[in-house]
Design a protein around this ligand. Structure first.
Ligand code: NDP
Ligand code: GUA
Length: 490
């Protein structure tokens, strides 16, 4: 079932079917689960609850489809992906509507996510023709050395609810471009965006079985099948570090390749010499985008003592302008959190900080009424013993720490097991390079609060993950390298 309310909002009603997508067809089941709109808590779809056996079947289908897909030329695959990109852009409004309904982010932001997701499809449609190998001068006169790159095979992809379109697009685009087939399992909270993408891939001419979407709430069981089935040659995952650890452990028996894009605890540093207005703008986008539910969201804001008051005051002014509400309402900037447990975590972080002496500058509570909403919040007087300093909050809370010296802030910023994104604002060039080199993170935004783009390598170090998505490096995660030692022919 897809709710009438959702269907009525779509221009193209064929974009959604209440089914999983396997072998180019729609698969139904008597067993089902519900998908809920977090803004209203209403059920918007009922989808098939697929199990491990169905997943096994999808993997088998993907295996034979992959062989035929891999022998196509790069240009042939490129044309299909280009068509998919065009369809995503042409259907951006409908795709955004589906996304807002299942996840809650404001429609304009959801549209931005669709275009962001599409940008990976465009990028890798171009890269499909450029999977270059190498020649290496031989180590003997009669030897030539060639390095070729080949698709890894069947890829399993597990994606989260916070970017229901872009995270799956960012994985399938490089995989399909280089000749892999994909079996994907989107988060049970937000499977509709993945299904709509599958429908568009179908329309773009992607052969049956090359992309499959499993719908299910049995993520642990399906994850096990992905890890234990030896036809799956690679697992790519975006989600929590906790689940990433389980998956990596499960993949170790088969030494299966893994790409993991996991949690973050991003520091956002404002030095005395920064342009404070620019830093406030950067903090707004980095912290409050997607209601703070982004792995690259600023989680700890360190402000140097000379500008602390000014920064806090200016940030509070901007935060007061945010409008919380249903993602379809005019002027709304901040949608709901994904569910009750997300609200509980945010409240727990605030309560723990306040109990240890933090002050609520703005927000700190939920607005009245239905829906998983939380008011955008700023905490001052925060210190490193608080929960909020150590864990990813994944909500619209900005804790402001005060610091005195460069050494001190670098030490605090690096004092975490995470290493995904980091940000700082400063103008002194010597300091800029020093801090860039010292931050133990996969990504550093300097005087910029928004670092995500398909042209740059997205990914983390330490316990934030393995591998990179996007950019000229992004295809590598889906390729195997083969070295050919070519001796003399008779
Ligand atoms: N790096 C990131 O972008 C994200 C980070 N997070 C962090 O994780 C916290 C918890 O969020 P949550 O949604 O629970 O994140 P999870 O890591 O639990 O979920 C992410 C994805 O993994 C699936 N999954 C969950 N458990 C397993 C398993 N044992 N085997 C295979 N797949 C599994 C989920 O499926 P299903 O939902 O169907 O169970 C979902 O598709 C957040 O508060 C945030 O801190 C969360 C999401 C994204
Ligand atoms: O939270 C995530 O896992 C995805 C980050 C979105 C982005 O690419 O900016």
């Amino acid at each position: 079932m897809i709710s009438e309310q959702l269907m009525n909002k779509l221009t193209d009603k064929d974009l959604l079917k209440p089914a999983a997508y396997i072998n180019g067809g729609w698969v139904y089941s008597d067993k089902t689960f519900n998908v809920t709109n977090p803004s209203t808590m209403e059920v918007i779809a009922t989808l098939p609850e697929l199990d491990r056996e169905a997943t096994q079947n999808a993997i088998q289908v993907a295996e034979s489809a992959q062989r035929a897909w891999a022998i196509k030329t790069g240009k042939e695959r490129a044309l299909v992906l280009r068509k998919l990109f065009d369809l995503m852009v042409a259907n951006a409004d409908d795709l955004a509507t589906i996304l807002t309904m299942e996840m809650g982010k404001p429609h304009a932001e959801a549209r931005g996510e669709i275009l962001y997701g599409a940008s990976f499809v465009e990028w890798f449609s171009e890269e499909a023709k450029r999977i270059y190998g190498d020649t290496i001068p031989g180590h003997q006169q009669d030897i030539r050395i060639i390095v070729m790159k080949q698709p890894i095979g069947v890829v399993a992809a597990i994606t989260p609810w916070n970017f229901p379109n872009a995270m799956i697009a960012r994985k399938i685009a490089p995989a399909l471009a280089v000749g892999c087939a994909v079996v994907s399992k989107p988060a049970a909270e937000t499977p509709l965006s993945a299904l709509a993408l599958a429908e568009l891939a179908d329309r773009a001419g992607l052969p049956a079985g090359v992309l499959n979407v499993i719908t299910s709430t049995q993520s642990a069981e399906i994850g096990k099948e992905f890890c234990e089935n030896d036809t799956v040659r690679k697992l790519t995952f975006t989600g929590s570090t906790e689940v990433g650890r389980i998956l990596m452990r499960q993949c170790s028996d088969q030494i299966k390749k893994v790409s993991l894009e996991l949690g973050g605890n991003a520091p956002f540093i404002v030095f005395d010499d920064a342009d404070i207005d620019a830093a406030v703008d950067g903090a707004m986008i980095s912290k409050y985008r997607n209601a703070g539910q982004t792995c690259v969201c600023a989680n700890r804001l360190y402000v140097q003592s000379g500008v602390y008051e000014e920064f806090a005051e200016k940030l509070a002014k901007k935060v007061a302008e945010l409008k919380v509400g249903d993602g379809f309402s005019e002027g709304v900037t901040t949608g709901p959190l994904i569910d009750e447990s997300a609200l509980t975590k945010v409240q727990q972080h605030i309560d723990d900080a306040v109990n240890q002496g933090a002050k609520v500058l703005i927000g700190g509570d939920r607005p009245e009424g239905e829906g998983a909403y939380f008011n955008p919040t700023i905490l001052t007087n925060v210190n490193k013993t608080m929960l909020i300093a150590k864990e990813e909050t994944f909500g619209p809370v900005a804790p402001l720490f005060i610091f005195e010296t460069v050494e001190d802030v670098i030490e605090q910023a690096n004092d975490t097991e995470y290493g995904l994104a980091s940000y700082f604002y400063a103008n002194d060039l010597k300091k800029v390079w020093r801090v860039v080199e010292a931050l133990e993170y996969g990504m550093v935004g300097v005087n910029s609060g928004l670092i995500s783009t398909e042209v740059a390598p997205f990914g983390g170090i330490k316990q934030s993950g393995l591998g990179r998505e996007g950019s000229k490096y992004g295809a590598d995660d889906y390729l195997e390298m083969k070295y050919v030692c070519l001796g003399q022919m008779q």
